[in-house]
Ligand binder design. Sequence first.
Ligand code: AMP
Length: 306
Amino acid sequence: MSNEKSVQLVAVGSIGIDTIETPVARRESILGGSASYACAAASFFTRVGMVGVVGTDFPKQHVDLYKHFRINLDGLETVPGETFRWTGVYEANMDNRRTICTDLNVFASFLPKLPLSYRKSPFLFLANIQPCLQLHVLGQIEKPRFVVVDTMDLWINTAKEVLLQVIQRVDMLTLNESEARHLSGEQTLLKAARVLLGLGPKYVLIKKGEHGSILFSPDGVFLMPAYPLEDVQDPTGAGDTFAGGLMGSLASGGKVSEIAIRKAMIYGSIVASFGVEAFSLDRLHTLTLDEIEARVGRFRDMMKVR
Ligand code: AMP
């Protein structure tokens, strides 16, 4: 039975310690991971539960930050060993990024177990993580209303078969434009989206970084720009923040329709625009719902024709 406190959205993904170099600065050992960004973004709109694993080295201050966002942590496991670590370096345009190092550490032997309190969650976000773990979570959730999966090149290269099994079972696939081309084998995004829709999901959402995103569905195509920013500090996690904001906003309304998804994309874009203004979750930490609504208003004005 659902009550005010029950989790409305579950997000499974990586929880990591990142070292990141952008043209603006280099930061060592900061909180990252797809689940961290997605849950923090969703928390502005709904009760979100996190599923992931950390090692015993995971700093308490990061858990305190999750609590600040009121993220439900019943699904966060701490096991002996080291937390997942990732190092990335961005080129001057902040678009191209090189992964210098990925240490799966405790993720290598993780088998996510959904707490009972998460199993009836109506919304599920399978953020970027090994596809076999995403599949494992799919097997434990009971009749979700809307499931979204995100992925990355690494899994398209190394775990394509399992990834395709996951994609077949979800309502929406989200990925960036180069990944869409890679997975579909098509160069134009329209053709790529058609191939990806053919894999099973009703919606395909292609992220284009600072150029926004495109939603493809059997009913048509919807173009969403990105909120223009003067200064970007760190684009890491922008896609996870976007998807988390989208899912949180959708879950808060409770209904799923093309229009509801389009509206939720506005919130996802705006929360992501705040996220990239600082490293890690630093900007989201101080963000308020009023600031989000004010920027949503300015964003809508920018898209008005008259
Ligand atoms: P994004 O910028 O959306 O690709 O997300 C960046 C976040 O994903 C970083 O905080 C990393 O900790 C995390 N990440 C990087 N590589 C992987 C991976 N192979 N699997 C899961 N998460 C990852």
